[in-house]
Design a protein around this ligand. Structure first.
Ligand SMILES: Nc1ncnc2c1ncn2[C@@H]1O[C@H](COP(=O)(O)OP(=O)(O)OP(=O)(O)O)[C@@H](O)[C@H]1O
Length: 770
């Protein structure tokens, strides 16, 4: 069918092109090709897509086959996918020769795969994503959701009470309806009036209770989404920094957004309808069996078959939902990345490439959706067939029974009404169960521990107590640490009376968790005295910023770290903590022993590319400062950072709302420096912090940064990373890094005298200036 659409589309367009007064050959070819591309994109998500799947070795390669190749050779649509995108133009040239009969032949070959159980239904091509979490069982998901709404149980209880009353009232309606009609026919007025009164009462009760039910489930829904987002967001904020090396912003925001929304449907919609229909279906079945066990058994048999189909369908939908969730997140990620790098995209003219990357995920999504729709079609087909069989059987068996005088016409009417009710209830349960499966599929990431909190995260009593071991069952390390929360908090929470700023790195080794095979630091031994200015220099990628990352405890040294622990290794685990935490010391205390929040409050950090929040300048300067600060303090810090002048010239001064794009690199650095000065830190880290400043500003700012602290009147310890060697000549000591190791250490003069790497770098820079 898709082939026919494809051909008819092209034929529709061709004559119009030929009749155009301005046509010329190139335009025609180009437009026809564009149309074919469009047609192929449309159909590529469905039938044609699958044709390729089944004919990989044929002449026409499969565009979205990238679903399997993309994971290995490309990252989110780049690499082989770009090649595919550009390659598609050339393919069109080759494919122009593909004849109609060839397409028909492929279509015929393709047909068997769409039969139930055929290859086409399999998601294996799309399942190139990594689903880290083990599947969440329905029971587990529901228990977790129950815990999330536990504080507001009254809503759930009210909702369920209303649901039960409404369901029972509704199920009694057909009985009294039939009874009223037949009592009117047999002219028993009193019975007729009684039946009608009961009917009206039932309708009123059912109406009121349905309203209460809908409202309460809606509230429960809202509570669930809110709690789920809160919990997920707070868990994400506390993740180890390496977690963010592996996750993308698009993926995480998608989890918080649409995925949470989908999960919330469980209580607000799916459970509500499932319970209602289970109640009504059970009621109808009991009634049917009482009426006629023979007819009741037939209906039960049909409903059981329907339930079996429904189960298979539900599982299929669950898998589809998981993939849809992944692909949506990937599509969002591409879009987010493109929008955030819009200037680069525009300058390099890669709009088409980006569109191609985005389309790739859309095609995958459409492909899943197509199969979901087809599966839904099969489900409806089964339902309709079985539903009508019930009616035929009821008329056949019931009619024969009436003729034989075993049942009355009233009983048969009731029977038909209740068997319809039963089968519709079964259908509803099936439909909502599949929707429930989808929601649970979407919930796996939310409910299951991708939580990889490590002991190095900022544990706070409230957070730790909220986490259950169940949440983190994949993470043995955490289980070990959660055994005695009080101990850990005590262990992790040392606050010194005063921070002197003595820093020691003792034989530190490190690799990034995302690249375990690449050692970044090896045997690093550095000691920084209180009040000393230490500069770190070296070639790009030599590990300078990594040292700072370790000092800020964003990562942990990897020598002495515990890996692959079993649950019973608890004791060993604590011993290991002892060992590895002695690798980095502050004032003689291991970094692991100190309260990390307390420590970070006393460290000022200015990075090479400071990021600003979308808020006013004043708030940006105050950001993260725990002291009481006045506007005068903010302005004082800005003056120290030579930022006051440019801030004052902005239309709203310190109240000007900024974000990352509105200010120059140098201006952002000045604001970040003002932020650091305002904290009056005992340890100051400058990682290429003044690289965007002009020489004069840099000189002035450096003087301020090295000045004594206003609070204690003691000198602060300063660690400066710089590429411009002229700016660090005055440092007390200079550490030279190469390939993750400290290769030289000394003052500027001493290092020049050594005539090693530092002297060479110095000469190169002097030559470059000359
Ligand atoms: N988050 C990360 N995940 C994996 N590898 C990383 C990460 N950050 C840095 N690296 C790698 O670690 C090595 C050292 O990086 P680092 O940023 O410490 O170097 P650097 O000396 O500060 O470089 P530069 O002077 O260019 O800033 C590099 O090879 C880099 O690719």
């Amino acid at each position: 069918m898709a082939v026919l659409i494809c051909c008819s589309n092209v034929n529709l367009i061709k004559p119009r092109l030929l009749s155009s007064p301005h046509h010329h050959k190139y335009k025609q070819r180009h437009l026809i090709r564009t149309c074919r591309n469009l047609v192929r994109l449309d159909t590529g998500t469905g039938f044609q897509f699958s044709l390729h799947n089944n004919n990989n070795n044929r002449r026409r390669p499969l565009p979205p086959k990238s679903s399997s190749s993309s994971s290995s050779s490309s990252v989110n649509g780049y690499g082989s996918n770009i090649e595919q995108y550009y390659g598609s133009e050339q393919r069109v040239e080759r494919e122009e020769g593909v004849e109609l009969n060839e397409r028909i032949r492929r279509f015929i070959e393709f047909l068997p795969s769409i039969l139930p159980g055929g290859d086409w239904w399999s998601f294996s091509d799309e399942a190139d994503i990594k689903i880290l979490a083990k599947p969440v069982t329905m029971w587990r998901a529901l228990t977790r959701m129950w815990h999330l709404v536990a504080q507001d149980r009254w809503v759930i209880f009210a909702a369920f009470t209303a649901l039960i009353v409404a369901a029972l009232s509704e199920i009694a309606v057909p009985h009294f309806l039939t009874a009223s009609i037949f009592s009117a026919q047999t002219a028993t007025v009193a019975v007729f009036h009684r039946n009608v009164r009961l009917l009206v009462a039932l309708c009123v009760v059912a109406g009121i209770c349905s309203g209460i039910r809908g409202c309460c489930f809606g509230i429960a829904n809202m509570i669930l989404v809110k709690r789920m987002r809160e919990t997920l967001y707070s868990a994400l904020l506390l993740q180890d920094i390496s977690f963010f090396d592996n996750e993308t912003v698009g993926d995480l925001t998608s989890r918080l957004g649409s995925d949470c929304q989908q999960v919330s449907r469980v209580i607000g919609n799916d459970l509500n309808l499932i319970l209602r229909n289970v109640l009504q279906g059970t009621g109808a079945l009991i009634y049917l069996i009482i009426l006629s066990w023979k007819l009741g058994s037939f209906t039960l048999l049909i409903c059981t078959t329907l339930a079996a189909v429904m189960l298979i369908y539900g599982q299929y939908q669950k898998k589809a939902a998981k993939l849809t969730q992944e692909f949506t997140a990937s599509a969002n990620e591409v879009a987010q990345e493109t929008f955030s790098l819009m200037r680069t995209v525009r300058i390099y003219g890669t709009e088409k490439v980006e569109l191609g990357r985005y389309k790739l995920w859309l095609e995958k999504l459409a492909n899943i959706s197509l199969r979901q729709s087809a599966a839904y079609g099969f489900w409806n087909l089964s339902f309709n067939t079985l539903y009508h069989s019930t009616q035929v059987i009821a008329v056949l068996v019931g009619g024969t029974s009436i003729l034989a005088g075993h049942i009355t016409a009233e009983q048969l009417t009731k029977f038909i009404l209740y068997s319809e009710w039963l089968i519709y209830s079964t259908w509803w349960v099936g439909d909502n169960l599949s929707s429930l499966m989808q929601s649970i599929g979407a919930s796996e990431k939310q409910l299951k521990g991708r939580c990889i909190l490590t002991p190095h995260c900022e544990f706070e009593a409230s957070v730790v107590s909220k986490l259950s071991i169940k949440d983190l069952e994949d993470n043995v390390l955490i289980q070990c640490f959660l055994v005695d929360t009080a101990d850990i908090l005590q262990y992790l929470g040392l606050k010194l009376q005063r921070l002197m700023g003595h820093i020691e790195f003792v034989n530190v080794a490190f690799y990034y968790p995302s690249r375990e095979m690449v050692p970044v630091l090896r045997h690093v031994n550095i000691s920084v005295h209180p009040g000393e200015v230490l500069a770190i220099v070296g070639l790009s990628g030599s590990g300078k910023s990594t040292i700072v990352n370790l000092l800020l405890r964003l990562y942990e040294p990897t020598n002495g770290q515990f890996r692959g622990l079993e649950k019973h290794d608890l004791e060993l685990c604590f011993v290991e903590v002892e060992v590895y935490s002695k690798l980095i010391l502050i004032d003689g205390f291991s970094l692991g022993e100190l309260d990390i929040k307390w420590l970070r409050e006393r460290i000022g950090y200015v990075g090479q590319e400071p990021k600003l929040f979308h808020m006013d300048i004043s708030s940006n300067i105050r950001y993260g400062c725990t002291r009481d600060i006045t506007q005068e303090d903010v302005e004082w810090a800005a003056k120290q950072a030579y930022a006051h002048e440019f801030i004052s010239s902005l239309p709203n001064g310190y109240k000007t709302i900024v974000d990352d794009d509105l200010l120059s690199g140098g201006q952002k650095q000045r604001i970040a420096i003002a932020r650091a000065i305002l904290r009056d830190p005992a340890i100051l880290i400058l990682d290429e912090a003044t690289s965007a400043l002009d020489a004069e500003s840099e000189h002035n700012v450096k003087g301020v940064l090295r000045a004594v602290r206003s609070e204690s009147m003691a000198k602060r310890t300063v660690i400066v990373i710089a590429h411009r060697l002229s700016t660090i000549q005055a440092a007390d000591r200079i550490v030279v890094m190469d390939g993750g190791q400290v290769v030289e250490m000394g003052s500027h003069r001493e290092l020049l005298h050594q005539d090693g790497l530092y002297a060479r770098l110095n000469r190169r820079q002097a030559d470059a200036v000359a």
